[in-house]
Design a protein around this ligand. Structure first.
Ligand SMILES: Cc1cc2nc3c(=O)[nH]c(=O)nc-3n(C[C@H](O)[C@H](O)[C@H](O)COP(=O)(O)OP(=O)(O)OC[C@H]3O[C@@H](n4cnc5c(N)ncnc54)[C@H](O)[C@@H]3O)c2cc1C
Length: 467
């Protein structure tokens, strides 16, 4: 355990009750965990203590900003990546202050952003100079014990007791692609988690690679392969074959608060996107204009409408809403045009490993029959696991099994109340365990990127400090 400042907040016997005031435990030290700590530091009275439990070796990085490839870029412009809802330009100001001349419209490297998040936390801790101590516990949380004094069990056997706990464990690691046999899973040539640093190092430059999934993670992997001068074929397959669109220069527009149901909303959206060029805009400006209304609209939809959205609209929404930086889009275009990269739409039925190669059975989209594909390497880019009962994250898995938390009905995250308190298997809302960021996606939908999480962290700090 390391204390950032002031007196260590945990007793010498190891993780007993904090004797002076409220002790808040934050599980996960990625963007959400760090920014929640910062927002708490801004508001907490003397006597409050904060402990961050993080399994990795750095704070503020997480899956998104822990990349070691400087060519992995943010998909939001620097001018809107500030860590604070009341200072969205803060990241750009930090860049400028450190001598970086990049404009606010630039898409900076995610590594650099990780540095910034670490800086924001350190600066907030230093400003408080021990008034509110912040401690770091490095370790894997693997059990959640609800109760009047909720506790966290660590993998090494330690038990930490708190007054309030905030779950900030981010997106879950990906699940396996469909029909993956044990032989395929155990092959060293199957790379399960594309976000693992240096995982792609094992692939030889001439190796043919199948990427399963065609979203933002795929774009990262293709960029990494291109950076290392990969010359082998890269085949991409996903159910719809949609690839993220590119960012263009934004010409902001506003949208009136939508009040219609899903069907009418979708129709109005299409019309607005088609009409956008006549007013000097394009569809991207329409998508961005909807942003202030996304959470409110999601919360207004009935559960049947939410399901319909996920079934029919989600794949299209993802590639229009979560766009890639122009440099990444250029890479994708150039490898597609050269014939090195192909993107196909189809449903994978099985993946087996035999005689030194993968055999993949695919039902191409719109066809009845199956086709056989072969590949020497497979990279799983299917995105975060949605089914919380199947995850490999030990804390989430054991807490779901013990009934301390439950998945939301759409399997997008955790079931939470309006103020993000977790709901247990019996439907009881926890008085002292809360979730922040991606795990609350079922309740808010648009809650996975910085502009949404920074607001959620400020609100959660208020909630946690209520007596
Ligand atoms: C590859 C990628 C790129 C992205 N790019 C952008 C972008 O450009 N712009 C943008 O706005 N958003 C982006 N996002 C969205 C991203 O989800 C958020 O920006 C943000 O990083 C989420 O932060 P988080 O702290 O909730 O989760 P994470 O960053 O995933 O952090 C969770 C932390 O919890 C720790 N943890 C998990 N389980 C345990 C446990 N059991 N015990 C201890 N520690 C644990 C993990 O080690 C990790 O450090 C990206 C996401 C990804 C995956």
């Amino acid at each position: 355990m390391g204390a950032f400042a002031g007196k260590a907040s945990l007793d010498a016997a190891g993780f007993g009750l904090y004797p002076w005031g409220m002790h808040i435990g934050i599980i996960g030290g990625g963007f959400s965990g760090c920014l929640l700590a910062v927002q708490l530091l801004r508001r907490a009275p003397v006597g409050t203590a904060i402990t961050i439990i993080e399994s990795g070796d750095a704070l503020g990085r997480g899956a998104a900003y822990g990349t070691v490839n400087p060519e992995h870029l943010l998909n939001v412009r620097a001018g809107n990546m500030g860590a604070f809802p009341d200072d969205v330009r803060n990241f750009h100001a930090w860049l400028s202050a450190s001598g970086d001349p990049s404009p606010a419209s630039a898409f900076m490297s995610r590594m650099r952003y990780g540095e910034y998040v670490g800086h924001v936390l350190r600066a907030a801790v230093a400003e408080q100079a021990g008034r509110v101590p912040v401690s770091l516990v490095t370790g894997v949380a693997r059990a959640l014990h609800p109760g009047a004094q909720p506790a966290v069990g660590l993998e090494d056997g330690r038990r930490l007791v708190f007054d309030r706990i905030a779950l900030c464990f981010g997106n879950l690691p990906p699940g396996p692609p469909p029909g993956l046999t044990d032989a395929a899973r155990n092959s060293a040539r199957y790379l399960h988690d594309a976000w693992k640093a240096r995982g792609l190092d094992a692939i030889p430059a001439h190796g043919d690679v199948l990427i399963v999934g065609s979203g933002l993670t795929m774009a990262d992997v293709v960029q990494s392969l291109v950076s290392r001068k990969h010359s082998g074929k890269i085949n991409v397959i996903s159910r719809h074959g949609y690839v993220p669109n590119r960012h263009e220069t934004a010409k902001p527009m506003t949208m009136e608060r939508p009040t219609s149901g899903l069907r009418a909303l979708f129709r109005d959206f299409r019309r607005a996107a088609q009409a956008a060029p006549s007013t000097g805009h394009d569809w991207r400006d329409v998508v961005d204009a909807f942003r202030p209304w996304t959470i409110e609209t999601w919360r207004r939809l009935s559960s049947a409408e939410r399901r319909r959205f996920l079934r029919h609209v989600r794949p299209l929404w993802e590639v229009h809403r979560h766009r890639v930086a122009p440099a990444i889009a250029d890479t994708l275009t150039s490898v597609r045009e050269s014939g090195q990269l192909t993107v196909a739409a189809g449903r994978i039925v099985s993946i087996d490993w035999k005689d030194g190669a993968f055999g993949i059975m695919v039902r191409p989209r719109g066809e009845e029959g199956l086709r056989h594909l072969a590949s020497s390497w497979i990279v799983n880019c299917t995105g975060p696991q949605g089914d919380y009962s199947q995850t490999t994250n030990p804390l989430v898995r054991t807490a779901v099994e013990a009934g301390a938390i439950r998945p939301d009905p759409l399997q997008l995250g955790l079931d939470v109340s309006d103020d993000c308190a977790v709901i247990d298997a019996k439907g009881v809302v926890s008085p002292n365990i809360f979730a922040v960021g991606p795990p609350t996606r079922g309740a808010f939908w648009e809650i996975t990127s910085v502009p949404d999480i920074r607001r959620a962290c400020a609100q959660m700090a208020e909630t946690l400090l209520k007596s």
